[in-house]
Design a protein around this ligand. Structure first.
Ligand code: MRU
Length: 358
């Protein structure tokens, strides 16, 4: 464990670092009060880091899982291809089982597996080297993709804009720069006057702990609000646009994102405010035709009944804690990807973007 500083020269922190076969993750559970980095070299420990939210956010957990897959592959003893593949698939299964909603996790692992499939004649040693490079490529590409998405998204915004965002779809949720917050960073870089309202995002508080923290350290004007204040602000004409990220987008454009996103989308529709989703093509799941098929993670009820050690609800009370909800495509003004923004004909256009690759 070590405390580190980090650079924001290209917009936001990089929450995932890899050097000399050591993966370093900023422990997002301890932000904003402590900046602690944890180091990983073992795939089971990487899986636990994803499960326990040391790292979270769809693209970030995909990148982290890719490094975990490399660690798992590196430690496989089998020297023949078939033995290696069978053990490697088990490693990937453990990593894929950590969180069910964000498709980026499966996307990154599938990319690692397809490298192995595409090279049946390579010695196992070469496959291990290739997998390490692939994980690093997934990480670096993510930052490039976010910057491209940022430029496409910023072009949709007026020169003066007050933006509401929900959860954390920032540098912390990605390899760097962010998806929804990447659009905000790009708009600021383009000289637009941007003011952000960050929903605190109960129950895990990604908005107050993470979004507020990373925007403040980038000097982007940010005001924190409780989730139940969004409608009031909209009714007072204080919000010009909503931008959120996504954990999985179905072929028809339905979007799974942090619980409460759907509520914000309904409110935005009522107040005629554009509602944008910023997500890389790795978040699009063409296997799923609509949002009703997206698995929704149920998390520990303690997230609702407690804040840290402080109990907020009577013991034994019945509690629900779905971690995501689905916003139907009809409530979305545009889905912003690295290839451009899609405003209608979602199935056709999202399919074309996914086929284009990264
Ligand atoms: O439970 P989390 O914190 O992993 O949920 C994260 C979100 O819902 C984000 O909005 C989403 O992953 C997009 S991140 C670029």
């Amino acid at each position: 464990m070590s405390n580190c500083s980090f650079s924001s020269s290209d917009g936001g922190i990089r929450p995932i670092k890899y050097s000399n076969a050591v993966l370093s993750l900023i422990d997002q559970r301890r932000l904003p009060t402590e900046e602690v980095w944890l180091e990983y070299t073992d795939y089971q420990e990487v899986a636990e880091a994803i499960r326990s939210m040391v790292v979270r956010g769809a693209p970030a957990i995909g990148i982290t899982a890719a490094y975990g897959a490399f660690f798992g592959a590196r430690d496989i003893k089998a020297e023949n291809h078939a033995g290696f593949v069978s053990e490697f698939n088990q490693v990937c299964e453990v990593l894929a089982g950590t969180r069910p909603t964000a498709i980026n996790l499966c996307w990154a692992l599938e990319r690692m597996k397809s490298l192995v499939r595409a090279n049946p004649d390579q010695p196992v040693g070469n496959l291990k080297i290739g997998l390490e490079y692939e994980a690093m490529a997934i990480n670096e590409e993510d930052i490039r993709v976010n910057m491209s998405m940022g430029r496409h998204g910023a072009a949709l915004l007026p020169d003066q804009v007050r933006i509401l965002t929900h959860c954390n779809a920032g540098a912390l949720a990605t390899g760097g720069y962010g998806t929804a917050l990447g659009v905000i960073r790009a708009a600021v870089a383009a000289g637009k006057q941007v003011a952000v309202f960050a929903d605190e995002t109960r129950p895990f508080l990604q908005g107050s702990r993470l979004t507020a923290w990373e925007l403040q350290r980038d000097n982007i004007q940010t005001t924190l609000i409780c989730d139940n204040m969004a409608g009031y602000l909209m009714s007072k004409g204080l919000i010009d646009a909503v931008i959120v990220g996504a954990d999985r987008i179905a072929a028809n454009g339905d979007v799974a994102n942090k619980i409460g996103t759907y509520t914000v989308a309904v409110l935005a529709k009522e107040h005629n405010i554009p509602f944008y989703v910023a997500a890389p093509t790795s978040t699009i799941d063409l296997q799923i035709s609509d949002g009703s098929q997206i698995p929704i993670e149920e998390r520990d009820i303690r997230e609702v009944t407690h804040v840290g050690e402080q109990q907020l609800a009577p013991s034994g009370i019945s509690v629900l804690n779905p971690s995501f909800d689905v916003t139907p495509a009809r409530l979305i003004s545009a889905i912003i990807t690295e290839h451009g923004a899609v405003k209608d004909n979602y199935t056709e256009q999202l399919t074309a973007f996914v086929r284009k690759g990264r």
